[in-house]
Ligand binder design. Structure first.
Ligand SMILES: [Zn+2]
Length: 307
């Protein structure tokens, strides 16, 4: 049995996957702050999984952890996991001793891409995470495509509007500046627990700023889909992340933006971009399952053959 954890800014999703690849147990718990808090959360999650009915913790073989931030290929070092309060963390030193099991860590979006690919038929996909920020993981033949320096899939910082809003990366009109939850909340600048939902509601009521932000969101997500298909020719672009809670309202806008963008181009129309979009079901364990697969690759060297 392989354990997989998706350590997020507020909660951690943990699964046990059996040898046939089925989820044998799942728990969720709040993520504690900082490197020590993350290590404690991981240890608590693994222990809690071991108490679930039908789960025998002596059969746990590996632990895979998906975390936001940068994971240097081939290392156990995580940096810039800012929404976990972690500037730098050596997972080998801090977490492995608490577990007594082989541990591997992966960027959370790349882990989710692996999980989404395992839960779906087909050779290739991109997982496009629509959350506070925007990033994608590309899986080809069951393996994460990293590129030369691990940057492949970082579509959030491709500028699609030179006159667009400033991005936290310093650029202007980045996909993330137009479609990232944090950027939308900042541009909306009104109190509320779910700013993007508020923007959709206000746009429905005819608010001009909200309509602009909602249109920008659709255009930027459509651009990300177009870029992912044109660069990697993935069969599907699977959407996940917090913003997909609004999928029923978001997807028609995105499909329309893709169709409008392709209207004058027989080539783009032939790619059927809008038909390649899928969304993870609500509450999907894809990210934690992907982490379990990445951890399990310790034995097989699948998925992470190049780090
Ligand atoms: Zn940017």
């Amino acid at each position: 049995m392989r354990v997989g954890l998706d350590v997020g800014g507020t909660k951690t999703d943990a699964v046990v996957v059996d040898d046939a690849g089925a989820v044998a147990g799942r728990i969720r718990l709040a993520t504690l702050w900082g490197a020590e808090g993350v290590a404690r959360t991981v240890a608590d999650a693994v222990a809690a999984l071991g108490t679930l009915p039908g789960v025998d913790p002596t059969r746990f073989r590996t632990v895979g952890i998906g975390m936001p931030g940068q994971v240097r290929p081939g290392t156990m070092r995580v940096t810039h996991a800012l929404n976990l309060g972690v500037a730098e963390m050596d997972v080998h030193r801090t977490i492995q001793p608490l577990l007594g099991l082989p541990v591997r860590v992966e960027n959370d979006v790349k882990a989710a891409a692996v999980g989404a690919a395992s839960l779906r038929d087909g050779d290739s996909l991109a997982y496009l995470n629509l959350g506070t920020g925007i990033a994608a993981g590309i899986v080809v033949d069951g393996r994460v495509w990293r590129g030369g320096r691990g940057t492949a899939g970082e579509v959030g910082h491709i500028s699609v509007d030179p006159g667009g809003p400033r991005c936290r990366c310093g650029g202007r009109g980045c996909i993330e500046a137009m479609a990232g939850g944090a950027s939308i909340a900042e541009r909306w600048d009104r109190p509320g627990e779910y700013p993007v939902r508020d923007v959709f509601d206000a746009a429905d009521r005819g608010d001009a700023l909200a309509a602009r932000l909602r249109a920008d969101l659709a255009v930027a997500v459509a651009a990300a889909v177009r870029i992912l298909v044109l660069t990697a020719d993935v069969d599907a672009v699977v959407l996940g992340g917090g913003l997909t809670a609004l999928r029923e309202r978001l997807l028609p806008d995105v499909r329309r933006a893709l169709e409008t963008g392709a209207a004058g181009s027989p080539f783009l129309r032939s790619l059927a971009l809008a038909d390649r979009i899928e969304a993870l079901p609500e509450g999907s364990p894809a990210a934690a399952v992907g982490a379990a697969i990445v951890g399990g690759a310790l034995d097989s060297e699948e998925v992470v053959a190049h780090g």
